[in-house]
Design a protein around this ligand. Structure first.
Ligand SMILES: *Cc1c(COP(=O)(O)O)cnc(C)c1O
Length: 407
């Protein structure tokens, strides 16, 4: 009954990624699983349910709404909201035992006000150079004053965020970490300290920029995508140079540290033969150069298959790469399957992820789509829209189907 376009998410691969990240951490450190934006489109509730307390200390989200959705879904683990909250929002968060992220002095004032009536647990963010969220050095006296005069405000952690941790050659991360230590020492000297710290996102975690006992705020690595900028390109260049893969191929599995969870698939809805010189799609930006077999796929930019992939994207059919031809439209994509032997309507088409067919196997990696779209994996994942049903797997066993449409 369901539309033939859906995203498959392998929760057992998530478990393995969590275990691998957890095993890489120094003594006393734990993961804060960053599941904002619905787990970058993978489904925050499903992923949160898989988080084991011995590996994952907390779940981090951006919005109060995201935290409440997890609570409503039965998640009882500690949750941190990273984004700024107003006083009414702080009350609502506390009603659901949600920890308050304090990214600035305004949010601290709000938390301190609420703390006149009830206990408030906060994580305070320090700006160490990113210039976006967090309190800066000149605000520390105000911060100290607010915290010292609010006995029911409990400072559970101090944290900061790195601006360029993906680039291992950029010394800025080290500078930010040094700056963080200085700010933490300044606060300590003024009588304000916290039992925890957290600095590292996925990239910094993979680079080992983690002190024993610190939490790590990891999102992308748990989803099996590559957080290191150079990691992707260098490993790819190396593999291409060594002839392991050709230039547009996926990153071979062996070069990856973590496993992708998501596989976005559709099917061939129509197959038609077109003569040479025939235009395809809006704007006629593609014309057949030979007698061609063109497949129409029931997916489009409304599903998150971005329009910028017009004449650029590649998808997998019968384990083989074929090009997107013509414009991606709202609900349809056209691909050239002239070279695919035995292709038929109803054949599976993989837009993102791996496909195996008989002896052939290939993958459209999220990094590949990100590079083509001049963006990052995060945005490619977040783009997969709510119109695409999510099918959850535990290994090869289908567990659950989530769709915004009535069955
Ligand atoms: C999203 C986010 C993270 C997670 O980043 P990844 O690169 O996905 O690991 C960490 N910290 C903050 C403040 C975030 O907003």
């Amino acid at each position: 009954m369901m539309r033939p376009t859906w995203a498959e998410i392998d929760l057992r691969a998530f478990d393995r990624n969590v275990s691998a990240v957890s095993a890489s951490l120094p003594a006393g450190s734990k993961i804060m699983a960053l599941l904002k934006a619905d787990g970058y489109g993978h489904g925050a509730l499903e992923l949160a349910r898989r988080c084991r307390p011995d590996q994952v200390a907390m779940i981090g989200v951006a919005l109060l709404e995201e935290a409440l959705e997890l609570r409503r879904g039965g998640i009882t683990r500690p949750i941190l909201v990273l984004g700024s909250l107003t006083e009414p929002q702080i009350h609502a968060a506390l009603d659901h035992d949600i920890t308050i992220g304090v990214p600035g002095t305004e949010a601290l004032a709000a938390a301190a006000n609420v703390a006149r009536e009830r206990d408030v647990r906060i994580h305070l963010k320090l700006d160490t150079g990113m210039g976006r969220m967090g309190v800066v050095e000149t605000e520390l006296p105000e911060v100290v004053e607010r915290i010292r005069s609010a006995p029911r405000l409990r400072l559970d952690a101090l944290y900061t965020h790195l601006a360029n941790a993906g680039d291992a050659r950029d010394p800025f991360s080290d500078e930010q970490i040094a700056r963080f230590r200085t700010l933490v020492a300044t606060l300590r000297d003024a009588g304000v300290s916290a039992p925890r710290k957290h600095i590292a996102n996925s990239a910094a975690t993979m680079r080992g920029l983690v002190d024993p006992g610190d939490y790590v705020r990891t999102g992308l690595a748990l989803l099996g995508a590559e957080p290191l900028d150079e990691g992707v390109d260098e490993a790819m260049d190396e593999a291409v140079n060594e002839g392991v893969v050709h230039a547009h191929a996926a990153r071979p599995r062996a070069l990856r540290r973590y496993e992708p969870l998501l596989r976005w698939r559709t099917e061939i809805a129509r197959l038609k033969e077109l003569p040479p010189g025939h235009a395809i799609g809006y704007g006629m930006i593609f014309r057949t150069a030979r007698p061609s077999l063109i497949a129409t796929l029931p997916v489009g930019y409304a599903d998150g298959y971005r329009r910028a992939l017009s004449n650029q994207g590649e998808v997998l059919v019968r384990g083989q790469r074929v090009p997107v031809v013509g414009r991606v439209s709202m609900d349809l994509v056209t691909v050239d399957v002239t070279d695919v032997a035995g292709v038929r309507p109803g054949d599976e088409v993989v837009l993102l992820g791996r496909q195996r067919h008989e002896s052939r196997e290939d993958e459209v990696a999220v990094e590949e789509l990100a590079r083509k779209l001049d963006t990052i994996s995060y945005e490619v994942f977040c783009a997969v829209s709510a119109r695409v049903p999510r099918v959850y797997f535990d290994g090869s066993d289908p567990l659950r189907l989530l769709t915004r449409f009535e069955p």
